[in-house]
Design a binder for this molecule. Sequence first.
Ligand code: NG6
Ligand code: CA
Length: 507
Amino acid sequence: MLRLTLTLLLTVLLSLVNSKALAEKPNIIVIMADDLGYGDVSCYGATALKTPHIDRLAAEGLRFTSGYCSASTCTPTRYSFLTGTYAFRGERTGIAPPNAPAIIKPGTETVGSILKRAGYTTTVIGKWHLGLGSEAGPDWNGQLKPGPLEIGFDTCFLLPTTNDRVPQVYVKDHRVLNLDPADPLWVGSKKPSPNHPTGLTHRETLKMDWSHGHNSTIHNGISRIGFYTGGHAARFRDEDLADKWVEKSVEFIEQNKDRPFFLFFASHDIHVPRMPHERFQGKTRLGFRGDSIVQLDWCVGELIKTLDRLKLAENTLVVFCSDNGPVLDDGYQDGAIEKIGSHRAAGPYTGGKYSVYEGGTRTPFITRWKGRIEPGVSDQMVCTIDLAASLAALTDQKLSQESCLDSFNILGALLGDVGSKGRPDLVQQNNGNNGTYALRVGKWKLQRYDKKIARNVVVEQQLENSSVPQFQLFNLDDDPAEKTDVAAEHPAVTTRLKHRLAEIIRQ
Ligand code: NG6
Ligand code: CA
């Protein structure tokens, strides 16, 4: 009898050990930069500045040469990163305005909900830009829900939209932090009173001038998109954002060092207004755009140092990526164009933010897990949209048929396992569901335009200004800069890719 009990006990213990070995539960940190281009960091070829900490991640991990975000603007990339579903399938997934309601509805499977189910403590710290609140929009003075906490995050510490949009306040969980009820926060799209100072009426007072848009309410000497009043005690200085993200993240890592955690570190660098902390101002010859890259690199360094200090480096998968490609003048006169010199923000690629050329979505992408990922360079095609299915696989979580529709389990490729493949194809989009897409399959890249708007500024907009879809085909092996349209020479390939794209986007 005793023998039987002992055998049973041993079997149970062994199966427990086995299941633990099968479901690996490293901590996971996804660091998403904002508007960072392929050529903006030194491990991807930049020489005008140095990014030693991001370079260290690359040297100790896997640096992808075909790493992508799924869209060339923020909201759609963040939507598809979290949900594993292309943003063009969702409603109102274009760049979110200041008063946007929550775009990802409660009940939607997200990277957060998957990892929470796997037993992780989950948080998002940094830029959100996916809307907050019910259909009526955010209740800035009350409960800001639904938001991240309703889609799988245990906690959040957010910049609610993007910092060139109002308001400049932190959201902690469901509330604006430090809000004084006697000074309520009002956010709107119309001037609240005739004498409300704006970037138009008080332009001479600005510490950084605007170049287009961005001329409404002034805060911290910078005029923004949209209007707001009140909430003065809650307002922050742009210069302090990066420090705050690091402070909150280090606190979170320390508090959760003994259990699996997921940190989505959503940096605001290097989005406009680029106003790095004073200690980084002037650190590069590229102006505040370059200085913000150095600030971003510092943040990465602080996170890595924290992992080292707490002896978590071998138990933490770090993913470094960007939400879209680079832009120089995105609405403020910060010297980015004048000081660019020979720096190529998109590396060898054409286009950048707002574009379906490679520069719009092919961005720095690094994975590091010390002791598990063999350091190197990978040319497998991977995308932020694949993290949902891949992290589900890593943590042994099943996904339903209805969730994470476009996310591939490419865990092997992300971890650099020999023989593992990345995605077979990838749709790139610019903003919302507007008819402009690209499809990459191996060396081939098809672009499709049909926005039908009458603008004639650059090639892409000329193509968009058409009543029927316009297509171009490029061979990325011979022509990574997408200069020569070879659709006429390769009609069969063009047709095959057109059909595949139509099948995916259902248009
Ligand atoms: C555009 C803004 C741009 C930036 C972008 C969103 C104007 C003229 N341009 O509409 O400055 O805010 O939206 O950037 O207002 S993103 O990286 O968050 O998608
Ligand atoms: Ca962005």
